[in-house]
Each structure stands twice: as C-alpha cells, then as structure tokens.
Design a protein around this ligand. Sequence first.
Ligand SMILES: [Zn+2]
Length: 465
Amino acid sequence: MREAQAQLLITGIGRLVTMDPARTVLTGAAVAMNAGRIVDVGPEAEVVAAHRSAELLDAQGGWVTPGFIDAHQHLTGDRLARASIPDDLAPGAAIFTWAVPLHGAHRPEDDELSATLAALEAVSNGVTCVIEAGTVAYPDSVVAGVTAVGMRASIGRWGWDVEQGPFAAPAAEVVARACDLLDRYPPDGDGLVQGWVTLVGHDLMSDALVVEATELARSRGAHITYHLSPTDSDPSSYVRRTGRRPVVHLDALGVLGSHLLLAHALHLDDAELELLLAHDVAVASCPWAYLRLGQGMSRVGRHLEFAGRGGRLALGCDSENAGDQIDVLRAAALFAGVSKDSAIDPTVPGAHLALELATIRGAQAIGRAHDLGSIEVGKRADLVVFDANRPEWRPPGDDVALQLVWGTDGRSVRHVVVAGEVVVRNGASTRVDERQLGARASAAGADLRRRAGVAVTSAWPVRDA
Ligand SMILES: [Zn+2]
C-alpha cells in the first residue's frame, strides 16, 4: 500500500538524481509530495495511479535533483550595493570601508528587501536552503523576506563585542539577543526558518563571547556559525593575542564540536586541520570569494583534503561583493576546478564530490542530513527541476554529475519546489512580483549608499550620451 494521497507529483522526469546513499539515478520515476515531505518515489505509472487527485508538475524530460544547500550566505549588507565595491582593494578594506558602513546604515526595510532579493536569486538558481552568515541586524525583517519567497533558511543575529562598530554590545548582551532569537525561531522548528547562534567571528569576538555563545547553542540544541581564517589575518591576530593559532585557541576554550559550522577555515596548519576533524567541526567553503578577493585557496586551501578525510564540508556563496552570485552549482564547478588545478592532478575528486557537497554532504555539514539533501521518502520536499531543452543540455550527458557541475549552472533551473510548494515555475517566482522588487531595489540601493557615505563607483566613465 502506498501512502495517503499526495498534493503534488513531479512527472515526466528525464533522470531523478536522488543522492541517496548509493547515489542512485532513476529513469522513468515520479516523485509524490504531501505536507511538505516526499511520500513516494517510484515508477511513474504506479505513482500517478496511487495519487490521482494530486497536482502534476510536468518536468518535460528535465532532470530533477535535491534542492541545493548554501552554507554561508549574507542575506543583507551587500545586496543593495552589488557589483559596486571595487575588486582591487587592499585586504580588509572591502569589509571596513564598505561592508560595515553599509550594514550600519541598514534599516529594517533594507534588511527585508535585501533578504527578499537574495532569496529570490537563490531559489531561481535551485538553492533551497541557506545558512545566514551572521551579519543580520533585524532578523524579523530577514525572516519576512525569505518566507515571502518561500526559501528555507537559518537565521541568527549580528554578534560581536568589539568596542566600536554597528550593532556591537557586551558579550552578555549579544548572548541575550541570541537567546531571544532562539526563543522566537526554535532551532528544531518545523517551518522554513530555524534559529542559529551567529557571531561575526574572525578576531572580532572575545573569549567570553565565543564561550558563552557556544554554551547557549549547546544548551538549546542549536548550531553556531562564525567566520574564521579566510586569509592569514586571523592567524596573525590570534597568535599576537593568545600565542596560539585560531583553531588551537578555540580548542583550548572548549568551543569546538559538531554544533559548529566555520565559514572559510581556509588558512589552516596541520594541527588545526586535525582538530577540526577530531571535533567533527563543519566548514563552509566559498570558492568564489577566495578567488575574487585573492585569499589563497589555490595556494594554501585544504578543503579538499578535509572532505577527503571525512570532514563535514559544504559550499557557500558568501556575499554579493565576494562570491557575487547565489548559485551553488557555479561554486561547485569552481571548487572542483580549483581542487584539480591546485593539486596539478586531474585524478583528484571533481564533479561527483562537488555535487555531493552541494546536496547531501552540504546537508550533513549543516546538521540536516536527516531531512534535507537527497530525494528519499520521508525527507523534506525540496527539489529542483532542470530545463533539458536549453542549449547547454543538447544532448544531456551520460553522467549526471559531469552534466550538472561542469555543463550546467543555475540558468538551467526551471521549477523549484520547497516544502512541497512550487516556489519557482518556469524560472519565475510564484510568490513575489519580481519587476516591482527591481524598481524598489534600485531606489533603496541609492538611498542606502548615500546614508552609509559610500560613493557610487565605476572605474570607467559613465555619462549621458
Ligand atoms: Zn561571510
């Protein structure tokens, strides 16, 4: 006997890329969803017969994958000034002369608009779950934005206890704010949004803050995320302050564990790599940010080694003036390419590992492999339907990972389902008016930059004709 009647079926599937433990690829399959979860996967005729009253979404031969996981994504701050922060600034300047003033000038409505725009780009590229990176001033506004679009996200609150800077507060207050957020957005909540503890990280957190925030996360069964060591600046700073490299110092504080997702951890020495593996710490790798900002992924990065030794690695797209596009497939291709090139070895893992990082291994890294990352009965119904009629799919390849990672990116995404609801149909949001949003974004971006005191930049002259 099959499950009770489903609400939605995907039929006409060319290949169903399940990402199950055997990495099974099915042909002739249909997927049935009910109450936000996958309830049936099987031969199309049988599934259709068993769920006659369900709405049908015809894939028209397109391939279907799990929704992609973006484990490090700023949903505010850069979005309203995208492609504006120069890409040839000295290290740190993009953060402290641009990103921080822009964040500081945000009003709640900027957070909501930014998050709406970011979520819209994400789902349009098949990204169905985003881990917010820890730079949100007005979490309720961000939640309003992502839920309007229908994307799954974790949310935390801006957390640092530096002396100056927007949204700074003493450690106890930062932790109290995080506690309040977890009360309102439970870490194990059933809806689209879950609460996380988020800190800015780097060397912008006192020992007291990271210890207390970690205690809060542990006591509430929540995850915690913060930035660490995208460059050698954090290692230098920690060695100066503590005599130890960052991960060694965090280990001495007792804050490492499987509840922790570090953004970057790009500059690691041997001892730090061993500590992350021993404590089952997860890492979000954001390859476009490292390349765009010249941070040394190809020279010193050890993410491939970390993943190869069983480390919980995910991909992230970072922010709009670092990773730029919220497209996990694009990040997957870059990860695979840089891995091979930096090893000067074409035999190291490529597209298959990268597709795993984008899906099931990404879900493991964010602690949600039990309900995200693969297409299996019982999991949340987050799926992507690709358009196999586009030029880059003629003809589709024999190997799904080679086609999806090297041969495709977010532009091929046609329909997206989140929690059993079609949120993107034929490339457009079913929930928000994209044209109206575009006009609001232009006006809000200009106003934000004026209030933040950052100039409109163009390296080349722009003038009326
Ligand atoms: Zn970041």
